[in-house]
Design a protein around this ligand. Structure first.
Ligand code: MTE
Length: 299
């Protein structure tokens, strides 16, 4: 696997945005990624681009309410600076890492990824961020670590949803170590070349594009290396409906609805549902991680 993954979706798949970078900056950014002039693979399933407004106004972030527009309305109350991330457990260099120190050591790239929510809707998001592997390497993962657990900020004064026991707070998620180390797995601090809005998980959130969106935990304050499968919020809340892996899989339905198709957000009410792709379209990149596993059992 190449050290730096190349996007199948290119800048050409993203709606030109007045608010976005100008063309020169875009080309410079692509050149930095080795993508300038890269032809779109003929077999790539190309999605309709999602506009900035939809990405930042149609959100799931229960810490700010359960309505799709609640995060955009309420998340401005969140203080995101200063921000530290505790990295602990089975690491050589545990500690509280200041976000600006982390960012100064990371290579920030643009990654245009599909996002598929377990509820049956999808987007294409141009994230800015760095590979989680690089952060884990900074802390030094010990040989006996097997999983990565993550935790969202707990601050009910600013996160009003946390005043209600909708789920057990703080929101927690986790990955197997090889999933966390995979080059597709990033920590995002930007969207469309701008700082990530609070409602999308400022100042730093996980993005795992081949898994249902709820695995991509927002506003992360703690990353723990452990040797047991860590608890995850939606598995805790509804253990029969959400299991640890949560890989996007059109052939394994949610107990209450089909996962075969998805509704792209941002294209207007007449937008047709489209087929959901195995591993959200990233099977070539990540299929090997699950070789020999019964994906109906480990869903
Ligand atoms: N992270 C936290 N802390 N709280 C949440 O409610 N919602 C998840 C995920 N991360 C959620 C979260 C779900 S269900 C989805 S689909 C994505 O965030 C949505 O990300 P977006 O709002 O940036 O599109």
């Amino acid at each position: 696997m190449a050290r730096r993954w190349k996007n199948e979706l290119t800048q050409a798949d993203v709606t030109p945005q007045a608010a976005y970078m100008n063309r020169r900056q875009v080309m410079a950014g692509l050149a930095g990624l080795g993508l300038a002039g890269m032809a779109r693979p003929a077999d790539a399933a190309v999605l309709k681009p999602t506009n900035y407004e939809a990405i930042t106004q149609y959100n799931n972030f229960y810490e700010f309410g359960t309505g799709k527009d609640d995060p955009a309305k309420n998340a401005h109350r969140l203080t995101t600076a200063p921000w530290t991330i505790r990295i602990d457990g089975m690491v050589e260099r545990p500690g509280d890492y200041a976000l600006e120190d982390i960012l100064s050591k990371m290579t920030i790239e643009e990654r245009i990824y599909r996002l598929r929510c377990v509820e049956g809707w999808s987007m294409v998001v141009p994230w800015n961020g760095f590979e989680l592997k690089d952060l884990l390497d900074l802390a030094g993962v010990k040989a006996d670590a097997k999983y990565v657990a993550m935790e969202t900020l707990l601050r009910p004064e600013e996160m009003r949803g946390q005043r209600y026991p909708i789920i057990q707070w703080p929101y927690v998620e986790g990955l197997r170590l090889d999933e966390a180390m995979h080059p597709l797995t990033i920590m995002a601090n930007g969207i469309y070349g701008k700082p990530i809005p609070n409602q999308n998980g400022a100042p730093l959130r996980l993005v795992v594009p081949w898994k249902y969106g709820f695995k991509s935990i927002k506003s992360v304050v703690r990353i723990s290396l452990v040797d047991q499968e860590p608890p995850t919020s939606w598995n805790r809340a509804l253990p029969n409906e959400y299991k640890f892996y949560s890989n996007v899989n059109p052939e394994v339905d949610h107990p209450r609805w089909s996962q075969a198709t998805e509704r792209p957000i941002g294209g207007g009410l007449l937008t047709k549902r489209q087929p959901t792709l195995m591993f959200n379209g990233y099977e070539k990149e990540v299929g090997a991680l699950y070789e020999g596993m019964d994906l109906r059992k480990y869903f």
